[in-house]
Design a binder for this molecule. Structure first.
Ligand code: NDP
Ligand SMILES: C[C@H](O)[C@@H]1OC(=O)[C@H](O)[C@@H]1O
Length: 254
């Protein structure tokens, strides 16, 4: 069964990793897909090419999500290309690992602007278009297990993920009357570009893996199904929810 047939799905940060897997997963379920990226034009175009090669339709739009104008331009481009907006997957994010006591203010501020402000602007722009359209919609934000637990070298990052989780809860209330559902996924540790250097430390990698009841770190594709589900009418009565996709890591205290 194709869960997103004829819908337009927008995905931020879809040149690589979770966003790319979500975009390709949505296209496999029949969606027309608009992807945003910041720097990786070739990878974004290869995502579009992969979708088109499988018979789908996709466009790539460059833009820094930290800027509010990127959100309006992205939503406008998607609407121009496909005629409507049904789903926003707010995924773009950065995690420049750094110790707390000497955190450079610019690293803190950039992480906040990309991860939290970027999600805010994108979800707001999509919601405005959905309200104007008058047929509801779905927003899925990629938060993190890090919304619930800390990280020594992520003191600038984990608050942004808690913020995204909270944003979906408040937006669910604000947008319920318009038939717009707002949910988040909370990935555990997923092998992508964002943690390639961090997980080059084999001892850390083994330690992280040992905590996971399902016995392995995640792959970007592990998020595609949960995101497509929350975006689809299968989740018609799900809003304000957060779905852990972590192989069981969070519940494994001892
Ligand atoms: N990997 C993990 O373990 C986990 C990841 N997450 C979250 O998943 C999301 C995706 O990360 P992941 O796939 O792992 O990492 P990747 O580094 O593979 O992907 C990040 C994506 O975000 C884009 N991006 C970065 N900065 C900007 C920006 N300013 N404007 C627009 N796009 C931007 C990148 O595009 P470009 O390359 O063009 O710059 C890229 O497409 C993030 O929000 C992250 O916090 C959550 C939990 C766990
Ligand atoms: C980038 C990290 O490896 C990753 O990001 C998250 O949100 C997870 O909690 C992991 O720490």
């Amino acid at each position: 069964m194709r869960l997103l047939e004829g819908k337009t799905v927008l995905v931020t940060g879809a040149s690589t990793g979770i966003g790319r897997a979500a975009a390709i997963g949505a296209a496999k379920h029949g969606a027309n897909v608009a992807i945003n990226y910041a720097a990786s034009a070739e990878k974004a175009e290869s995502c579009v090419a992969e979708i088109e090669a499988a018979g789908g339709r996709a466009i790539a739009v460059q833009g820094d999500v930290a800027l509010p104008e990127t959100a309006t331009a992205f939503v406008t481009a998607a609407k121009d290309a496909f005629g409507r907006i049904d789903v926003m997957v707010s995924n773009a994010g950065i995690c420049p690992f750094h110790s707390f006591l000497d955190m450079p203010p610019e690293t803190l501020e950039r992480t906040m602007r990309v991860n939290l402000h970027g999600a805010y602007y994108m979800c707001q722009a999509a919601a405005r278009a959905m309200v104007a359209q008058g047929e509801g919609g779905a927003i899925v934000a990629v938060s993190s297990i890090s919304a619930l637990v800390g990280g020594e070298f992520q003191t600038h990052y984990t608050p942004t993920k808690a913020g995204v989780h909270s944003l979906m809860q408040s937006a669910a209330i604000a947008l319920g009357r318009h038939g717009i559902r707002c949910n988040s996924v909370l990935p555990g540790t997923i092998l992508t570009e964002i943690n390639r250097d961090d997980l080059a430390d084999q001892e850390k990698r083994d330690r992280m893996t040992a905590r996971i009841p399902l016995g392995r770190l995640g792959e970007a594709e592990d998020l595609a199904g949960p995101i497509v589900f929350l975006a689809s009418d299968m989740a018609a009565y799900v809003t304000g929810a957060a779905l852990l996709v972590d192989g069981g890591a969070y519940v494994n205290l001892q």
